[in-house]
Design a protein around this ligand. Structure first.
Ligand code: F6R
Length: 610
């Protein structure tokens, strides 16, 4: 949800800013801009509507704007349509202050009114122009940048990561954040700010995670942090373990394709975090065996695909551990005033910054509940908020549509469920060992599926003109259907719905007509027969039907228009295999339809606004 980058150092800033923004484009891509302090000491701004390439071309790769201190922004519009006028950076009338912002200033209308009364004029529809002019107001009042920024923080409501440059302080960037991510990187006297690690990974792996309401002052040679009282605070540098190649395409046509292919590795790496010498060990997560035995109920929260992982986890955990599990969309949980009875709240999030999931964790804590975060990004807000953290090892996920993070979250969930089941005495030692064996067999089985992708590619080519696609399944097959359906609509822009197979005939079947595509997920042996019947009910009404089925699931010799087989595995873990062809299906349809696979329209990777 918007990407911010900043640089101050010995080199020319503009190419570094544009390069950083390229890595952050997944966060927003409807307009972009940069501001630099020029050698003459003025603020120079370049911005353009559209993807970053427009700005790159306009500035000749940054060569047209000189200066060694600058800030940049790639936008996902919240207030005001995508346009050059609304693009960041914004500045005051004298062009002595420029700012970029990620997040939402909730009381911007009220602040704008007050500023208008004080003679300010506004030229854009953005809350960021209000933020910039508010900083300007306090700077003019107190004559001191730090004071201006802390006053800004005291007067705004909402979420923000804000980076500001003042003409009066030519070699300095000031930054502050609240509930929107921001890191500061350092390397040999050069300093960087960014919304996310990949933007600066090429230059440094040494970063500071800026805390809520902390101010960073970046100067040539160093960074200083302050609290809102403008007292200096000390912070620890964190070394990032990802390498720069992890955030590159590595020869693949799209990040999504690369990330699909990384799934065997990320699944293995994630499992290895909690499995040592053939035993599940959650001590790194912070959960002792005793903590597990105290769990009598679980609420899982997440958004989008992370919520879908929660749905799988609900089936698996209830079945294996016999503990009641509720799974809820984080944005509903946070406002629903739920009845909470001492359960563990598990928040699932790749970015660790999703505003609603973060708010759900906070709400759970306010109710005195313990929280476990299953999160990919180290040091992210949700990770820092939760009592226990299970870091998935997916590495940087750049494509907006999640694939490898979803798979890593799934196995984190399975491992949790197995451990809980064992410690609660619901499975014996043999079953525990067998489940672990099956879990560790997943990476090789995913590899087999990666090698069969051409079958899906051909099927996608035959179905690329479909207007509606339905996914159906029962149990864990339903849980994976909702993910397949989301993936499809997200990047192919084909309308799609996922239905619990038994629910279709309670209304939705009226939408089935000649040529509608219905995909059945068939991995749960006891349920597959029923889903098959539901598939055939649609084919008799004109649908084209396809089955994604485990090897040992019996299928009729005729009737299905397309069948894709997946290796057998313990049924609890079948979603990890069934999702692979569904990811490929969405991917190839998106490519065939000429869409921007990694940056689908209207979306952004990290949803830091409600
Ligand atoms: C879909 C997708 C989104 C995210 C959702 C939550 O492909 O990526 O639905 O799963 O926005 O994001 P995180 O996991 O970062 O909280």
């Amino acid at each position: 949800m918007c990407g911010i980058v900043g640089y101050i150092g010995k080199k020319q800033a503009a190419p570094i800013l544009l390069d950083g923004l390229k890595k952050l484009e997944y966060r927003g891509y409807d307009s972009a801009g940069i501001a630099l302090i020029t050698p003459a000491g003025n603020i120079d701004i370049a911005k353009a509507k559209g993807k970053l390439d427009v700005l790159v071309e306009m500035t000749d790769g940054g060569k047209k704007i000189k200066g060694t201190c600058g800030i940049g922004h790639t936008r996902w519009a919240t207030h005001g349509e995508p346009s050059e006028n609304n693009a960041h950076p914004h500045c005051n009338d004298e062009k002595t202050i420029a700012a970029v912002h990620n997040g939402i200033i909730e009381n911007y209308a009220e602040l704008k009114e007050k500023l208008v009364r004080r003679g300010y004029e506004f030229y854009s529809q953005t809350d960021t122009e209000v933020a910039t002019k508010l900083v300007d107001y306090y700077y003019k009042k107190y004559g001191e940048p730090l004071r201006a920024i802390s006053e800004f923080a005291l007067h705004v409501r909402g979420s923000y990561a804000l980076a500001v440059m003042f003409k009066d302080c030519p070699d300095t960037i000031f930054a502050i954040r609240k509930d929107s991510p921001m890191i500061v990187g350092v390397a040999g006297g050069d300093s960087f700010i960014a919304s996310d690690v990949p933007a600066i990974l090429k230059y440094t792996k040494s970063v500071y995670y800026v805390d809520n309401l902390q101010i960073a002052r970046l100067e040539k040679g160093g960074v200083t942090f302050f609290n809102l009282d403008r007292e200096e605070v000390s912070k620890e540098i964190v070394e990032i373990t990802w390498d720069a190649e992890a955030a590159e395409k590595g020869g693949y046509e799209h990040f999504m394709l690369k990330e699909i292919h990384e799934q065997p590795k990320v699944v293995k790496d994630t499992l290895n975090c909690v499995c040592h010498n053939g035993e599940l060990d959650f001590s790194e997560v912070g959960l002792s065996d005793e903590d597990f035995t105290k769990i009598n109920g679980i609420t899982i929260v997440g958004c989008g695909s992370a919520y879908h992982v929660g749905v799988v986890m609900q089936y698996v955990t209830e079945d294996l551990a016999r503990v009641p599990v509720r799974v809820e969309i984080a944005s509903e949980f946070r406002y629903r005033n739920p009845v909470l009875n001492g359960e563990l709240v598990i928040a699932i999030s790749q970015s660790g910054e999703t505003a609603d999931t973060l708010a759900a964790v906070k709400a759970a804590k306010e109710n005195g509940l313990k929280t476990l975060a299953i999160v990919n990004v180290v040091g992210s807000s949700i990770a820092r908020e939760a009592d226990y953290v299970f870091y998935t090892k997916a590495g940087p996920e750049i494509s907006v549509a999640t694939t490898k993070a979803y798979s890593a979250q799934l196995v984190a969930g399975y491992a949790f469920a197995i451990k809980l089941a064992y410690l609660r005495g619901k499975i014996d030692k043999n079953c525990y060992a067998e489940l672990l064996k099956q879990l560790f067999a997943l990476p090789d089985k995913i590899e087999v599926l990666l090698n069969s992708k051409e079958q899906i590619q051909k099927f996608a080519a035959k179905t690329m003109d479909k207007k509606d696609v339905f996914f159906i399944g029962r149990g864990a097959d339903y849980a994976v259907s909702i993910e397949g359906s989301l993936k499809l609509k997200e990047i192919s822009y084909i309308h799609s719905e996922a239905y619990a197979a038994g629910e279709l005939k309670h209304g939705t079947i009226s939408l089935i007509e000649d040529g509608t595509l219905v995909l059945g997920i068939l991995t749960q042996k006891d349920l597959a027969e029923k889903t098959l019947s539901n598939l055939f009910e649609t084919s008799t009404r004109g649908a084209i039907i396809a089955g994604i089925a485990s090897e040992s699931v019996k299928l009729p010799a005729t009737g299905l228009d397309f069948v894709f087989r997946i290796p057998d595995v313990d049924e609890h873990f079948a979603p990890s295999l069934a999702v692979i062809p569904l990811q490929f299906f969405a991917y190839y349809l998106s490519v065939l339809r000429g869409n921007d696979v990694d940056k689908p329209r209207n979306l952004a990777k990290s949803v830091t606004v409600e």
